[in-house]
Design a protein around this ligand. Structure first.
Ligand code: ACM
Length: 592
């Protein structure tokens, strides 16, 4: 055993570190020289050896008078030093050896800075968060209908016009706007600083330049690159819109010019070109698009989109880069060198893998951190919809349904922070954490003896550390909250478009003398439910409360209040599916 060591600030050439995050000079030194050694204050040597290992892997041997770190690359060195520092802080250190190696090479987060701009200081703080979780990809969603967020020197209107909008939709499903101007963008200098900061922390910053859809902010600046030429503004509402890039030569030249500047800033091998949610109406109505289809012998507009993406696949490969896009790029034929980011479930990713391509699995069911974190939405800040609990993320299996032969081409996964309803850095962190901790562990690789329960226990001190570093997070809470008592559920196949009565007996141990509520909570499936009535039946008669409630992506009128009652009580809920019968969910009694 050797004495407890402490890393302090560097003094007189002695390597020392006492904080939660390594100081900048440590990042510099790990980056620059793979083979080196330092001395700790107590005189022990820390030696770094270059070793033949798998990417990002490391081994640490703590001996009586020295510590040997073996790694093959920068990320291995970084993660070894981080583990060592955590060990020293948490337990002191004694002779031991340990090693680490990630399950997946793509462990990331997507940050949507288009819907709500987040400034450079926040992005740097977010990169620290990636480093703390041994994540190595930051996908920046830099442009969308609501804003263009990177300076392009050749096209200054992209930011002078495209980076500012008049107002923002307040909540999903409502046209109401806040009428507060919103805007901002990164200069190229900002982005170079972000890339350099991330690189030192083992994080690749991958830019996304959306095409051919989600481009209204760009078309507001340069309408000539669309299909109609009509004047547009950066959009204030969210959703999928018909305005998309045109397929005239001038649009391709414009996008190539943009990408030339993007490649100059971002060394990332993969460049994301979007490709999702492209309505084809304008191409159907455009003589230019129809002529283009005819001259190319294309059968339909899906093939036109595929041709569009293939153009940029070739263009990027000619410059030593690779194209990645959302799973819609499979429609009409996948470009030869493309990788697929599978968001509408895992099926697109599985198909891409079967075709011999690479895939990143980001199914909305597990990786969309813009979803609610609890099925009890009334207690959460407004979110876009859905429900992706911490436990669900922890239990995510990226390789589910993937043919074992294809697994080497399954690159990994990332959490998605779409920011339609996240206005502030604190809110982004609240949605990211602690789900990002769970995803990081899934992607690094869970130990076989770990369960959600053991993870939750380990999360407690980890969240305390994140708090001390100034991060906001959703506290660990029981799901559902402890005053929610489940009295029944509905399963897939049980509901249709016709009203159906579901009856449940109120458990007698529940004390109803203070009054109570019944909460109907959609739990999963593609469609939510309409709630027609919630009725309480007692020997004295029925108390029927008519509601026009709904539960699903958003909840409205799904909690019905009742005066005190005594047992026996029967609860009868009449409801319908909003669509097909695949909905499922729970009925709770909510006690005061
Ligand atoms: C997406 O969520 N539209 C990729």
């Amino acid at each position: 055993m050797i004495p407890k060591l402490t890393f302090y600030e560097e003094k007189a050439g002695v390597f020392v570190w006492g904080g939660d995050l390594p100081p900048e000079h440590l990042f510099d030194s790990l980056d620059e020289s793979p083979r080196q050694s330092w001395r700790l204050l107590n005189g022990s040597e820390v030696a770094i050896h270059q070793a033949e290992m798998k990417p990002e892997s490391y081994r640490v041997q703590v001996e009586p008078d020295r510590i040997i770190i073996s790694a093959t690359d920068l990320n291995g060195r970084l993660y070894a030093v981080q583990d060592l520092a955590n060990l020293i802080q948490d337990h002191g250190i004694r002779c031991c050896s340990f090693e680490g190696s990630p399950r997946f090479g793509w462990r990331g987060m997507m940050l949507d800075v288009a819907r709500h701009f987040q400034d450079k200081a926040f992005v740097l703080k977010f990169i620290d968060l990636l480093f703390i979780h041994k994540m190595n990809r930051l996908h920046l969603h830099l442009c969308d209908d609501q804003g263009w967020r990177l300076e392009i020197k050749r096209y200054p209107r992209l930011t002078s016009v495209g980076a500012f909008r008049k107002g923002t939709q307040i909540r999903p499903g409502s046209p109401e706007l806040d009428e507060l101007p919103h805007g901002g963008f990164f200069t190229q200098e900002d982005l170079r600083e972000i890339v350099a900061y991330a690189t030192k922390r083992g994080v690749t910053v991958m830019p996304e330049i959306e095409m051919p859809g989600h481009c209204q902010a760009a078309l507001a600046a340069y309408p000539e690159f669309g299909n109609t030429g009509w004047p547009l503004e950066p959009k204030s509402h969210f959703g999928v819109i018909e305005d998309v890039y045109g397929v005239q030569n001038e649009t391709f030249t414009f996008l190539e010019h943009v990408l030339e500047e993007v490649l100059d800033i971002f060394p990332s091998e993969f460049i994301h070109v979007g490709g999702d949610e492209v309505p084809k109406k304008q191409w159907q109505e455009s003589s230019v698009a129809q002529k283009r289809m005819k001259s190319l012998g294309l059968q339909n507009e899906d093939e036109l989109q595929s041709w569009f993406i293939k153009h940029f696949d070739q263009w990027l490969r000619a410059r030593g880069r690779r194209l990645i896009g959302w799973d819609e790029i499979l429609e009409g034929g996948l470009a030869e060198g493309a990788a697929v980011m599978s968001w509408r479930g895992s099926a697109g990713g599985i198909k891409a893998l079967e075709l011999g391509h690479e895939a990143v699995m980001v199914p909305h069911t597990h990786c969309y951190f813009d979803h609610y974190q609890s099925s009890v939405k009334a207690l959460e800040p407004t979110a876009i919809g859905g429900c992706t609990t911490l436990q669900k993320v922890y239990e995510f299996e990226p390789a589910a349904g993937v043919n074992p032969d294809d697994i080497p081409r399954l690159l990994g996964s990332q959490g998605q922070l779409w920011s339609e309803y996240m206005r502030t850095p604190e809110h982004v962190e609240y949605m990211a954490l602690p789900r990002m901790c769970a995803l990081a562990e899934v992607l690094w690789g869970r130990q076989s003896n770990e369960t959600y329960g053991t993870f939750e226990k380990r999360l407690v001190p980890h969240l305390a550390k994140l708090k001390s570093l100034g991060y906001n997070f959703r506290p660990i809470q029981p799901e559902p909250p402890t005053n929610y008592v489940r009295i029944g559920s509905w399963e897939q196949g049980q509901l249709s478009n016709e009203p159906r009565e579901l009856a449940f007996v109120m458990p007698t141990p529940l004390n109803l003398s203070q009054g109570f509520s019944i909460s109907v909570n959609y739990g999963g499936g593609f469609y939510g439910v309409f709630i027609d009535s919630v009725e309480i039946r007692t020997p004295e008669g029925a108390i029927c409360t008519q509601v026009t409630g709904a539960s699903g992506n958003q909840d409205e009128g799904n909690i019905v209040h009742f005066a005190p009652a005594s047992h026996p009580v029967e609860v009868v809920v009449t409801m319908r599916s909003k669509g097909t019968s695949d909905t499922e969910g729970n009925i709770y009694v909510v006690l005061p």
